[in-house]
Design a protein around this ligand. Structure first.
Ligand code: NAD
Length: 256
């Protein structure tokens, strides 16, 4: 039996670390040809090599999503290397903390450049390639911060709220092209970088343990939990699923 993503061509932005790395590895295991991308060149090359060693197809493309030409080159790499593009996971994102009162114009611009404008530029470049294949799947990695206020994450929440709007607008815009656009609300995944951000706020293991106990299901989410949602949204089983919000939150920020 074919794997769920057999012969699909996928790009995962920000797949040189954390959640993105988990998604790209899982996509490759499910049969996709993948473009690994992000800022960490050596790590990205290593991830692509290890996928190839395991029998998969993968290349690494360095792309700084603040640069429009890098966004275009990233999409072009999938087309040049594998012959097209079926799936784009917009996972790259930064979530530095800044108090509302201390947030500068530069901070605001940088976080929007990466978390929102970079996604727009990638999708703008990806849409013609997907159209040429008769359709595709765009998956935007979101956060509870789009729907709730968290101290220190005002600007970040604004980027994710923007991304949520973009997802739904893309779902409508691209429906005639059979390009689907979906959003995953990610709860809390203590990745290496997420831990660094919290450590900078003075939060230690004991703080994480208390935080975990306060979660509705008393569990953090994992990279694999998010990757599993992406496999579903990328694959043929989701052919009629667009404009959806898949909550991988363990019960956090549930809405009625
Ligand atoms: P991470 O910091 O571990 O990895 C981020 C990735 O994005 C890296 O590969 C990095 O190279 C890439 N990146 C950063 N700036 C970039 C730029 N300018 N151009 C291109 N790539 C860039 O992050 P993570 O914790 O795995 O989170 C991944 C995504 O999930 C983000 O969009 C984040 O907002 C979202 N999210 C994370 C959590 C969590 O708890 N970790 C919760 C909700 C949402």
């Amino acid at each position: 039996m074919d794997k769920p993503l057999q012969n699909k061509i996928a790009i995962v932005t920000g797949s040189t670390a954390g959640i993105g790395e988990g998604i790209v590895r899982r996509f490759a295991a499910e049969g996709a040809k993948v473009v690994v991308s992000g800022l960490e060149k050596k790590t990205g090359e290593r991830i692509a090599a290890s996928i190839r060693l395991a029998g998969g197809e993968a290349v690494f493309q360095f792309a700084d999503l603040r640069k429009p030409e890098h966004c275009k080159a990233l999409i072009r790499r999938a087309v040049d290397e594998f012959g097209g593009l079926d799936v784009l996971v917009n996972n790259a994102g930064i979530y530095p903390h800044s108090k509302f009162e201390e947030t500068t114009a530069d901070f605001w611009d940088t976080i929007f450049e990466i978390n929102a404008r970079g996604v727009f530029l990638c999708v703008q470049a990806a849409a013609p390639a997907m159209r040429a294949r008769g359709g595709g799947s765009i998956i935007n990695i979101g956060s509870c911060c789009a729907f709730q206020h968290y101290e220190g994450l005002f600007a970040y929440g604004a980027t994710k709220g923007t991304l949520y709007h973009m997802t739904m607008a893309m779902a409508r815009k691209f429906a005639p092209d059979h390009i689907r656009a979906n959003w995953i609300t990610v709860g809390w995944v203590p990745t290496e970088n997420e831990r660094k951000v919290e450590a900078a706020e003075g939060h230690d293991e004991a703080w994480y343990e208390q935080a975990r106990q306060r979660l509705p299901g008393q569990e953090f989410q994992t990279v694999d939990d998010v990757a599993a949602g992406c496999v579903f949204l990328a694959g043929g089983e989701a052919r009629q699923v667009t404009g959806s919000d898949l909550r991988v939150t363990g019960g956090q920020c549930v809405r009625f």
